[in-house]
Design a protein around this ligand. Structure first.
Ligand code: NAP
Ligand code: G4F
Length: 348
């Protein structure tokens, strides 16, 4: 049985990757941050009783700021594969927390690479490493972007990820480690964090539909993105680590839509006129924006045999249907006089 260690297991991608690996018969270990409230919602459905002898999912406390614990967990688990998905992953937040973002997304990657190098060298057992890179690294480089496009990062988040990318390349070249960078374009899902554009829109539009909300405040409607579904993208991560040689790959649908088009489609699905509800709020603008991302994933298609199965309309259908259900539950509670508090963070 293969063993995998995932940082960021509680995130959107971590949860889908865990499902994929468990389905393939892996033993899956994840690093979780200690929090004062439960932060395992996305993987709770995979929970197994610790007394179950057949258990194949294990959680370990740790943090990408804490290299010592990363090493201890790695030594204890001795995985064949490490997926580094943990990050402060919000671009706008990175302008407010640049140092923290650099520490976790940049140096955090170095910490786990060092642990991998050390444990591999001392045990002689190969540990394959996946780094969660991002299309944000292309930043100001015009589309379409491929593996050979230059990085021109436009945020502290993107700059930290560029550092992590090159450290991952360096550990491959300097120490012969099997390290891969996935350069993934935006991917969303029913589990997407509620402060990212797509989920913010599907949550708000479905609440508007059920009379729970009237307005939706958004920033730049002209930005363009290449949106896929996370379920497809975690498969590409796994495929990278199954190849004979380590390499870097762009993962994308190749289709680009504006934020305005995304909003139109979501509201249209619900028979709503978006212009009656959406207000542009300059608070949502970023100091520097990435105008247009559209990936050329030819290399992943040819070498990995990967291609996305879920297009934008299906992505929207899944997200809206999921969020309609959540809104309906909230409507029922409201109708019975229960005040439902929306979290302040949803305004970020
Ligand atoms: P996400 O939902 O925001 O999940 C991030 C994960 O990282 C969470 O499990 C989070 O833990 C964990 N984390 C945050 N700070 C940490 C720290 N200091 N130490 C350890 N873990 C920490 O992100 P995602 O959408 O799944 O993305 C996964 C990775 O892919 C990230 O590295 C992201 O930057 C990258 N990426 C994402 C996309 C995309 O479109 N989704 C595209 C390209 C690249 P908590 O649950 O405790 O917060
Ligand atoms: O959903 P977003 O916040 O995603 P963004 O900035 O593209 O970053 C995501 O994708 C990256 C891959 O390219 C990941 F690396 C990263 O971790 C993250 O998952 O914003 C999408 C677009 C931006 O242009 C933003 O300015 O939507 C625009 N936007 C307009 N109004 C908004 C809003 N974004 C957010 N979050 N909230 C708004 O109200």
């Amino acid at each position: 049985m293969k063993r995998a260690l995932i940082t960021g297991i509680t995130g959107q991608d971590g949860s889908y990757l865990t499902e994929l690996l468990l389905g393939k018969g892996y033993e899956v270990h994840g690093i979780v941050r200690r929090a004062s409230v439960f932060n395992t919602d996305r993987i709770d459905h995979l929970y197994q009783d610790p007394h179950d002898p057949e258990r194949r999912m294990f959680l370990h406390y740790g943090d990408l700021s804490d290299g010592g614990t990363l090493r201890t967990v790695l030594q204890k688990v001795m995985p064949e594969e490490v997926y580094n998905l943990g990050a402060q992953s919000h671009v706008k937040v990175s302008f407010g927390q640049p140092e923290y973002t650099g520490d976790i997304d940049g140096l955090g990657t170095l910490r786990i690479l060092e642990a991998v190098r050390d444990v591999q060298e001392s045990t002689g057992r190969e540990i394959r490493f996946y780094q969660a890179g991002t299309s944000e690294m292309f930043g100001a480089t015009p589309p379409p972007q491929s593996e050979s496009s230059p990085f021109r990062p436009r945020s502290p988040y993107a700059a930290a990820k560029v550092y992590a990318h090159w450290m991952t390349v360096n550990y491959r070249e300097a120490y012969g480690l099997f390290t891969c960078n996935g350069i993934l374009f935006n991917h969303e899902s029913e589990r997407r964090g509620e402060t990212f554009l797509t989920r913010k829109v599907t949550r708000a539009a479905t609440r508007i539909k059920l009379g729970l909300q009237e307005k939706l405040y958004l920033g730049n409607l002209d930005a363009k993105r290449d949106w896929g579904h996370a379920e497809d993208y975690v498969e590409a991560m796994w495929l990278m680590l199954q190849q004979d040689e380590p390499d870097d790959y762009v993962v994308a649908t190749g289709r680009m839509y504006s934020v305005r088009e995304f909003v139109e489609r979501v509201f249209g699905y619900l028979d709503l006129d978006w212009e009656r509800h959406v207000i542009v709020d300059p608070y949502q603008f970023r100091p520097t924006e990435v105008d247009a991302l559209q990936g050329d994933a030819s290399k992943a298609r040819t070498k990995l045999g990967w291609q996305p199965k879920i297009d934008l309309d299906e992505l929207i259908r899944r997200m809206v249907e999921n969020d309609l259900e959540l809104a309906a539950q909230e409507r029922t509670l409201t109708d019975y006089g229960h005040a439902v508090l929306r979290r302040g963070a949803a305004s970020i």
